[in-house]
Design a protein around this ligand. Structure first.
Ligand SMILES: Cc1ncc(COP(=O)(O)O)c(C=O)c1O
Length: 314
């Protein structure tokens, strides 16, 4: 059980939610209890951030998030009854109509109510977009000082069990077990190994380590989610002249790394300072991690003209 101080605040009620093509009040955005998605986790979703900058509000890598949403749906044979452009426009409209600047955006597409066989034949595809204000996922301090992690006893799923590259609702049962176990053991977050025993990712984050000035991160043979922040960091680091390798990583390489950090839309660039009581590097935010973190926040704050291509004006 979480202690009382650990229970996060309820999501702030935020005006309107886009529900199957029209805006309805936050409190009226309800579905039937026999919806297929509720019973079998048959949905796909995205987590997207919108940043407030001196040049206005921008959604970070909207196109890439929507491409992944459609790819996730396709892997589960789900047809989204809107075009990518329609979903992108609906997302921007959701931010605008709610008067939000910096916010987190959650599009979700799931099978609704029709019948409850495992195969969702005949079930409608429900599309929802919500947005609300949301700060640092693991707390503001985590970005500055880094977090303490533990290797989970729960493995990331084998690539032949479910398509790991899909961001699908049911997959998060695996994430939940790892994250909950970590919290119960007194750590901030979990690191999961894949079924071969190599390092995979966090419950909602990709992982990077720094070794001799090089950046290393698990490749797609480790059944990871193709993180958009991961891809951003790889491109930024290469442009900064840092060598990046995508390859299998062992637990001991991570424990003996000079630096380590998580990436994710929610986690942004979160340094890791300790794993299972082993201090990583000097036990503080490493130099390269800090440089990448600074670059990332400059990019999302519209301070880097070369990367304005990733910022979609609201
Ligand atoms: C399991 C998992 N891995 C990695 C990530 C990071 O992906 P992104 O950077 O696209 O948010 C997420 C979050 O979406 C996730 O849930």
């Amino acid at each position: 059980m979480l202690s009382e101080e650990e229970v996060p605040a309820k999501l702030p009620e935020t005006g309107k939610i886009w529900f199957n093509g029209r805006f309805i009040d936050w409190k009226d955005a309800k579905v039937h209890v026999l919806s297929h998605g509720l019973h079998y986790g048959t949905g796909v979703f995205e987590g997207i951030r919108c940043y407030a900058t001196e040049k206005g509000s921008f959604i970070f890598r909207l196109k890439e998030h929507i491409d992944r949403l459609f790819r996730s749906a396709r892997l589960y044979g789900m047809h989204i009854p809107y075009t990518k452009d329609e979903i992108c426009n609906a997302i921007k409209e959701t931010v605008r109509i709610n008067g939000l600047d910096a916010c987190y955006i959650r599009p979700i597409v799931f099978y609704g109510y029709h019948h409850l066989g495992v195969i969702p034949y005949g079930c409608p595809v429900e599309c929802v977009i919500a947005a609300w204000k949301w700060g640092a996922y693991l707390g503001e301090e985590s970005l500055q000082k880094g977090i303490r992690c533990t290797f989970s006893s729960w493995q990331r799923f084998h690539p032949n069990t479910v398509p790991a590259v899909a961001k699908a609702c049911g997959h998060y049962l695996n994430s939940l077990l790892a994250a909950m176990e970590a919290r119960q053991k007194g750590f901030d977050e979990a690191i999961m190994l894949d079924c071969k025993g190599y390092v995979a990712e966090g419950p909602g984050e990709n992982i990077f380590i720094v070794r001799d000035g090089r950046l290393l991160t698990p490749g797609f043979d480790s059944a990871i989610l193709p993180g958009i922040t991961r891809n951003t960091v790889i491109e930024l680091a290469r442009d900064m002249g840092i060598h990046v390798e995508e390859r299998t990583l062992t637990k001991s390489e991570v424990l003996s790394a000079d630096e380590a950090f998580f990436t994710g839309t929610a986690a942004e660039i979160t340094p890791i300072r300790e794993i299972d009581s082993v201090v990583i590097g000097k036990g503080e935010v490493g130099e390269i991690t800090r440089e990448i973190q600074r670059k990332f926040f400059d990019v999302v704050s519209a301070k880097e003209s070369a990367y304005m291509k990733w910022l979609e004006p609201v």
